[in-house]
Design a protein around this ligand. Structure first.
Ligand code: FAD
Length: 319
């Protein structure tokens, strides 16, 4: 019979690695998957709002240390993309026998192999949705940003264009006004979907709403201008992608997990709508921040530990 892990965590960002650390420290055998694209934090060269880092820190550094820490307690991290998760109770007896399922609750199917577990934590983050602009991802951290709460302070008094046609673009623009008054929204060829109340606020704050299709963003090292489809260009110092986030949870949907607003729905313990499956981090919705993802990971892991062991969570380890 194949090995059954106490817990499998899909995702090795702040949510998944934190959950794995709690699980392993509590003595649960824990397997973590990450894919080749990796955590959104890999794209973050400077973080100013993470706890106890007065000089700032970087995303790659946090991930390296996070992996090191959880491995110390026995977590195994595997680079394989999860393509499907199957509920073993819905499998035929022949299928169960074929895969050596035994009493396992879930089978996680990756591009290379199959793994069994009784508890599954989904922490796959959210992919940034492309606005279809040439070089948009090349300049992330170099003038292109995706989150005002994260990067707004880097754009103090700078001229910034927010690309997006919906309420996300409007609320990002209003938040950015705390750092610069030189803000415009470009709906990039789409008709605006911004609700009336937000539109009024934008007007009152003097945020221009334009509609010019952007072809590319360019600059030497940092963003310097946007080039439009009509051949004209405009000098800017920052560009925010506010087109919304794309879901990375197609396989989760296939398990019948309930979604709300493009996020997985969870209760106060981080449990999804399917027993034995938890979710944590950006995948369960805003605020999409490291601190909140870490907290989600803690919450889900403690609930898993309590369910596996029974009783309330107590941390007995001294290291
Ligand atoms: C440019 C930028 C700047 C940011 N700046 C800040 C900031 O200053 N402060 C802040 O608090 N937050 C910031 N954030 C947000 C922060 O990165 C996220 O909130 C955080 O990374 C979410 O953690 P997570 O664990 O939920 O997901 P992620 O960190 O995105 O990790 C997701 C994990 O899931 C894995 N994965 C996904 N799909 C699969 C699959 N099918 N199979 C296997 N593995 C899979 C990935 O490999 C990855 O390991 C920023 C984000 C961006 C993009």
């Amino acid at each position: 019979m194949a090995k059954t892990w106490d817990a499998i965590v899909i995702g090795a960002g702040p949510a998944g690695l934190t959950a794995a650390t709690y699980l392993s420290r509590a003595g649960l055998s824990t397997l973590v998957f990450k894919d080749k694209e990796g955590s959104n934090l890999l794209k973050v060269p400077m973080i100013g709002n993470w706890f106890a880092a007065p000089a700032g820190t970087t995303g790659p550094k946090l991930l390296r240390l996070g992996e090191q820490q959880t491995r110390k307690y026995g977590t195994r991290i595997v680079v394989e993309e999860v393509v499907k998760c199957r509920d073993c109770s819905l499998m035929s007896a022949a299928d169960k026998k074929k895969h050596g399922v035994g009493k396992a609750h879930f089978m996680v199917v990756t591009e290379k192999s199959r793994y069994l577990t009784n508890a599954l934590i989904i922490a796959v983050g959210m992919q940034i949705k492309s606005a279809g602009i040439t070089n948009e991802f090349k300049y992330i951290g170099k003038g292109v940003a995706v989150c005002v709460a994260c990067d707004g302070p880097f754009f103090k008094n700078k001229k910034v264009m927010i690309v997006g046609a919906g309420n996300l673009a409007a609320s990002e623009a209003l938040e950015l006004l705390a750092h610069t008054s030189r803000v415009q929204i470009n709906t990039n060829g789409a008709s605006t979907l911004i609700e009336a109340g937000l539109k009024r606020k934008l007007k009152k704050a003097g945020v221009a709403l334009v509609n010019k299709k952007v072809a590319a963003v360019t600059g030497a090292k940092w963003v310097e201008q946007v080039e439009f489809m009509d051949g004209t260009h405009e000098r800017i110092q920052g560009l925010f992608l506010a087109t919304g986030t794309a879901s990375a949870v197609d396989f989760a949907k296939s398990m019948g997990l309930l979604m709300r607003d493009n996020s997985l729905e969870v209760d106060k313990f981080g449990r999804t709508s399917v027993a034995g499956v938890w979710a944590a981090g950006d995948v369960i919705g805003p605020p999409r921040q490291i601190g909140k993802s870490v907290g989600d990971g803690v919450r889900a892991a403690i609930d898993v530990i309590e369910q596996v062991r029974g009783g309330s969570y107590v941390d007995h380890r001294e290291d």
